[in-house]
Structure formats: structure tokens, C-alpha cells
Ligand binder design. Structure first.
Ligand SMILES: Cc1ncc(COP(=O)(O)O)c(C=O)c1O
Length: 330
């Protein structure tokens, strides 16, 4: 895998897509439309906005930029990655519905399914979506949704999005990919057959540890309208200031993500021959069992590496308590 991105078009999109200069002054940056309501010319005559729980121009600008980066028409931004996931489930799942989920995925997604949506009668089946046999078996019964996280945190195991999408269709299911770890710069799930791309924008997209946010991106107008309806009904739109900060952050996403990948590559090279390491996972290395798949469906190896230490859990805790530059987030 070449350790450089092959898609130069993302830079202008990250800078300009969705930008709306201030119509009053011409100010280049899309303003923070910090307003609750909007004045209507007459009853029923609005300019596309009525109440900021339903829609806000700063949020719209961010949605247009994120949709463009993903090569899609529609995006709906939320107050967090998990509120995007919640809106996805509320939009698509009812009591008795089956959802097939990557068994290694973000813990908050697992908690949401096992402790909240299970009470509403949604049946979550966790399988190893990286294995074709597991996909075949999962597709032998009807399902509403295949929820895939690739690379999966922390094993970084990959799921073949095109293959999983093929089997999901056989089961009558839509496919969502949690694309948080790679961002649209490195992976475009919709081009590989997925119906929806989900991100926690909290991470690389905003990139400055300043906001919490999430987004659902799709090419399907009906799905988009459903997501908007659920967001309006449950009150989970992103705040205008957070959307504005994310608009600024996303401008440097292509540059940052390349640097992140480069750092991961170099730290990985250092660690892989280190005597304290038992096993190292990095999709960008030839030694990674799914390196060929990484080369096919994502650009670069990604910004995360994971590793196991000789000495197991105790050695891991000792290392984590000794790190100087990184902070322990939880
Ligand atoms: C892969 C992934 N998806 C979703 C989320 C949830 O995002 P948020 O923290 O913005 O709710 C996270 C958060 O860590 C994550 O790592």
C-alpha cells in the first residue's frame, strides 16, 4: 500500500464545500447562526429555516461539506456520534427487528443496543463481520440492518464492505458503516455498496478536541428525510457553534489525517521489532493479515495502531500509567 493518499480532490472540498459567505457583509466564513427562531415574511413563508431544532444554516453548511467529502448528496448532523447512532436505530428499527453488528465495535454502540434498544424489542446479533462464513450465516435470515465498523477498534480487524453489503442485500438489510476511524478522506463506504456512512465528528473530523458531534451521510433522499424527522422529533441537532468549529476543523482534515497515518506508520515500525511487544496490528503493514483488503478499500493504513505486550494486562496497565505525552481519556 502506498503510504500517500491518491485522492487529491478532497482538499478543495474540505475547504470550500457548503461554505456560505455572509449575505449581509460578504464575510467569507459561514457565520455562526446563533439563533433559535427565524422571522417569516408571512404565515408559511420562510427562507428554509423556522426553528433551530429542525435546521440551522451553520449546521447545513457543515452537512453539505461532509456529504461532499463522502461523495454523497445528504448529511444530517447530530449533537454526538451516539445521537447519530440512536437516530439511525430509531429511523430503521422496530420491535422484533434483527440487526447484525460487527462483534468488535465501539463500546457505546454495544451498550446502546444491549441496554436500551433491547428493551424496545430490537434483536442485536453480534458476529465476526470480517469472516465470509459468518456473513453467509447472518444473511440466511431476514435482517433490517448490518452495522459494520471497519477498522474495528481495538483489533483493527477489517470487514470487506463490498462483500458485507452483498450479503446484507440478500437478507433485505441496509448497510451502515461506522467510518469514524478512517474518515471520508481514507474510506468511502457508499462507493463500496453501503447505504449509510456514520461518523463521530468528535474525533478526526473536528480534530481539535473541542466539540462532540456526529453525522449520518447517505445518497438516499428518503433515508435522509427520515433521519431529519427523527432528529427534529428527538431534539438532537448539533449546536451552531459546534458545527462552526467543526467546519473550521474539517478544512485541515486531509492534511492532518495524512500526518496521523505517517506517525502511525513510523511508531508501528519502531514498535514491531521492540522486545516488549507480543503482537502489533496495523493495516498498513504487509504483516497485517488483511493488508490486501486494506489496500483495496481504504487509502493508507489509518491513524491507529494497536498492540499487545509481553506480560499481558499488568504490563499494559503499567505502560498506560507511564505514558508521558498521551493523556488517559477515561
Ligand atoms: C468508532 C466510534 N463510533 C462512535 C463513537 C461515538 O461518538 P461520540 O463520542 O461523538 O458520541 C465513538 C466514540 O468514541 C467511536 O470511537
Amino acid at each position: 500500500m502506498a503510504n500517500e493518499t491518491e485522492n487529491p480532490r478532497v482538499e478543495p472540498l474540505a475547504l470550500h464545500a457548503g461554505a456560505v459567505p455572509d449575505p449581509t457583509t460578504g464575510a467569507i466564513l459561514t457565520p455562526i447562526y446563533q439563533t433559535t427562531t427565524y422571522r417569516q415574511e408571512a404565515v408559511g413563508q420562510d427562507k428554509g429555516y423556522t426553528y433551530s431544532r429542525a435546521g440551522n444554516p451553520t449546521v447545513t453548511a457543515l452537512e453539505k461539506r461532509l456529504a461532499a467529502l463522502e461523495g454523497a448528496e445528504y448529511a444530517t448532523c447530530f449533537s454526538s456520534g451516539l445521537s447519530a447512532t440512536t437516530a439511525l436505530f430509531l429511523s430503521l428499527l422496530s420491535a422484533g427487528d434483527r440487526v447484525v453488528v460487527s462483534e468488535v465495535c465501539y463500546g457505546g454502540t454495544v451498550r446502546l443496543l444491549q441496554q436500551i434498544f433491547s428493551n424496545l424489542g430490537v434483536i442485536a446479533e453480534f458476529i465476526d463481520t470480517s469472516r465470509e462464513e459468518a456473513l453467509v450465516k447472518a444473511a440466511s435470515e431476514p435482517a433490517k440492518l448490518f452495522f459494520i465498523e471497519t477498522p474495528a477498534n481495538p483489533t483493527l480487524r477489517l470487514t470487506d464492505i463490498a462483500l458485507a453489503s452483498k450479503f446484507a442485500k440478500l437478507a433485505g438489510a441496509l448497510v451502515v458503516v461506522d467510518n469514524t476511524l478512517l474518515t471520508p478522506v481514507l474510506q468511502k463506504p457508499l462507493d463500496l455498496g453501503a447505504d449509510i456512512s456514520l461518523h463521530s465528528t468528535t474525533k478526526y473530523i473536528e480534530g481539535h478536541n473541542a466539540t462532540i458531534g456526529g453525522v449520518l451521510i447517505t445518497r438516499d433522499k428518503e433515508l435522509h428525510e427520515r433521519f431529519d424527522l427523527v432528529r427534529k422529533s428527538t431534539g438532537t441537532i448539533q449546536a451552531p457553534f459546534d458545527a462552526w468549529l467543526t467546519l473550521q476543523g474539517v478544512k485541515t482534515l486531509p492534511l492532518r489525517i495524512r500526518e496521523h497515518c505517517d506517525n502511525a506508520f513510523r511508531v508501528g515500525r519502531f514498535l514491531e521489532s521492540h522486545p516488549a511487544i507480543e503482537k502489533l496490528n496495523y493495516p498498513g503493514f504487509d504483516s497485517f493479515p488483511q493488508h490486501e483488503l486494506a489496500g483495496r478499500q481504504q487509502e493508507l493504513g489509518g491513524a491507529l495502531i494497536s498492540f499487545e505486550l509481553k506480560g499481558g494486562v499488568e504490563a499494559g496497565i503499567h505502560l498506560m500509567n507511564s505514558v508521558k505525552l498521551c493523556a488517559l481519556p477515561i
